[in-house]
Design a protein around this ligand. Structure first.
Ligand code: CO
Length: 348
């Protein structure tokens, strides 16, 4: 059995959001031929997608070919719209979440849903998180690696995930037993990355490392001991950064341990005890994957493919399947058990 924790879906159509909210910057789809559409921001093409980005039955065909039993659906991060007015981002979240819930309800054994929340307004975000879980039957939400900032946002007060204003969201998630999947977006340094697809290749792993660092060093795991959080792309560049971070913690606690005096290393696996948080398996490299397993333990690494996008694993679970020396129990854990535990799913 395979449960793919990291897949993205969009509705086939949605209203003209620039017109609906009265300002520009929102995303729209242009269906320029039957199979395919362009994701547009203003007059710029963000990405070309095909029908498996919106058609659940096409997705199920792909899943059947790859032996994937269940996809966990989340929106495409370009839809987060954390830069927008909170009421508008909430309105868009309602629309996207209702759509994902509808797909999951139509095929309950094939899809589970993660919602999106207007994180720029933590109170609204916490309320929508509650609606996602209580009313829509979702397992939790996907959020970005930081809040507010992008080219549309001139607010200097851009927040990382250690910002205390987000505590209300962590608290709601903890009380609801909701899973939080953190996905990079709006990559840092992107103005210096005009070429080579660098925001995706270098910026995304850095974003994710930054988000993990903020949650650990900001003491979020101390304040919310039951909070379940997973990070995309194997935690990005974090696995190769933890040594430096721990060293910094020892030599300059005055700079590193200002908000939390717990050694960041202690959030990772030791012996039989798994790490404090989860990552997906999307690292595209067997040696990187072995490091991931060592740092997190098989109970904290979940199959994630980034379906249906080209930077993902085209055959979900191929890397896990090809790894030498893994027991059948560990493989089953990585392919489905960890996702089930993270999402609080029973047997399916
Ligand atoms: Co993704």
């Amino acid at each position: 059995m395979k449960i793919d924790l990291h897949t993205h879906i969009l509705p086939r159509d949605w209203p003209d959001l620039d017109a609906r909210y009265g300002y520009s910057g929102f995303v729209r789809l242009e269906h320029h031929k039957p199979c395919c559409a362009r994701i547009m921001k203003g007059n710029e093409q963000f990405r070309e997608i095909s029908e498996n980005a919106w058609d659940p039955e096409r997705r199920i065909e792909d899943c059947d070919r790859a032996g994937v039993s269940m996809q966990v659906l989340s929106t495409v991060p370009v839809m987060f719209s954390y830069w927008a007015k909170p009421a508008d981002a909430l309105d868009l979240s309602l629309f996207l979440n209702d759509h994902i819930a509808e797909v999951a309800r139509a095929f309950p054994t094939r899809f589970a849903g993660l919602g999106t929340i207007p994180l720029q307004d933590p109170d609204l975000a916490a309320r929508e998180l509650e609606r996602c879980v209580r009313e829509l039957g979702m397992r939790g939400v996907q959020i970005g690696t930081h809040v507010d900032a992008n080219e549309h946002c001139h607010d200097p007060d851009c927040r990382n995930l250690d910002d205390r204003s987000l505590d209300v969201v962590w608290s709601a998630a903890e009380q609801l037993g909701a899973a939080i999947f953190v996905h990079p977006w709006d990559m840092l340094g992107k103005k210096r990355m005009p070429k080579y697809w660098l925001p995706w290749l270098v910026g995304m792993p850095a974003e994710t490392c930054l988000a993990i660092s903020c949650l650990m060093l900001g003491g979020v795991f101390e304040r919310f001991p039951k909070l379940r959080v997973a990070f995309a792309h194997g935690g990005g560049s974090f696995p190769f950064t933890i040594g430096r971070m721990e060293h910094g913690f020892h030599v300059r606690p005055d700079l590193v341990a200002t908000d939390n005096d717990v050694n960041p290393r202690s959030y990772l696996a030791t012996g039989e005890t798994p790490a404090r948080f989860y990552v997906d398996s999307l690292v595209h490299d067997p040696d990187a994957f072995r490091l991931l397993l060592k740092l997190f333990g098989s109970r904290r690494v979940a199959l994630g493919s980034d379906y249906p996008f080209p930077l993902g694993e085209s055959e979900p679970g191929e890397l896990i399947g090809a790894l030498d020396g893994l027991s059948a129990i560990d493989k089953a854990q990585l392919l489905s058990g960890t996702a089930r535990e993270f999402l609080g799913l029973g047997q399916i």
